[in-house]
Write a protein that binds this ligand. Structure first.
Ligand code: NDP
Length: 234
């Protein structure tokens, strides 16, 4: 039987592509979200990652129906973009609570069974802007940058128990999150991206499938850019 994988935010966009891809790789996959449907063959579990009790309940459901989580992909995330001088505390808090603290909540919960099993793969979905910054996104960039420190610390804490922790940093990917960019802005971004176009959710799913695989067992604490060269390796 395939390993058990849990993807947060698996009902749409990048998380949906990751969940579907892991199904084709033979994993038994659960996907959490607040709303919406998950891909075929995936166990859908309602969970708002800003709520500790919902995180606990979601893991309990997955453990009961599929078994302990062996691969965790922390993908759920939001933006609340505005310039620094206009940013409200609430914009900051909502993004940090979802992207950074929400990821901490699921990683901490997943680590328990991984340590016991002496196997685990943790993949955090960050962003190129967490490394190179982005005007209008101080909250989002800070949250995504924080995931690097989180993953690298987990990699050090749990490495001897067979658990790896890595980060994927997508560039601009065609999803709901980037749907509102407008043609002019997309053309501007395309000019800055060495490969010359936005990426697809499947581009991220390919990288995650590799990091989750046995072939990636000696990779930990890494930051893998999947951004068409936008961040130039950062
Ligand atoms: P979408 O906006 O398409 O999807 C976001 C996902 O996160 C949804 O499944 C959503 O669930 C879930 N989510 C948001 N908040 C919560 C919450 N509080 N609890 C549980 N689930 C939640 O985003 P993308 O697919 O584009 O992005 C996925 C990840 O990739 C994000 O972390 C994003 O920051 C990152 N990323 C995206 C890039 C892009 O260009 N698209 C670039 C770089 C990084 P629901 O539908 O229930 O709200």
């Amino acid at each position: 039987m395939g390993r058990v994988a849990l993807v947060t935010g698996g009902n749409r966009g990048i998380g949906r592509a990751i969940a579907a891809r892991l199904v084709t790789e033979g994993y038994r996959v659960a996907a959490t979200s607040r709303n919406g449907e998950v891909p075929e063959g995936v166990l859908g579990v309602a969970c708002d990652i800003t709520d500790q009790a919902q995180v606990e309940a979601a893991f309990a459901t997955v453990e009961q129906q599929l078994g302990p989580v062996e691969v965790l992909v922390a993908n759920a995330g939001i933006t609340r973009d505005t310039l620094l001088m206009r940013m409200k505390d609430d914009d900051w808090d909502a993004v940090i609570d979802t992207n950074l603290t929400g990821t901490f909540r699921v990683v901490r919960r997943a680590a328990r069974a991984m340590m016991k099993a002496r196997f685990g793969r943790i993949v955090l979905i960050s962003s190129v802007v967490g490394l190179i910054g982005s005007a209008g996104q101080v909250n989002y960039a800070a949250s995504k940058s924080g995931l690097v420190g989180l993953a690298r610390s987990v990699a050090r804490e749990l490495g001897s128990r067979g658990v790896t922790a890595n980060v994927v940093t997508p560039g601009f990917i065609r999803t709901d999150m980037t749907a509102g960019l407008g043609e002019d802005l997309v053309a501007k971004y395309n000019a800055q991206i060495p490969v010359g176009h936005l990426g697809e959710a499947d581009d991220i799913a390919n990288a995650v499938a590799f990091l989750a695989s046995d072939a990636a067992g000696y990779i930990s604490g890494a930051v893998l850019p999947v951004d068409g060269g936008l961040g130039m390796g950062h």
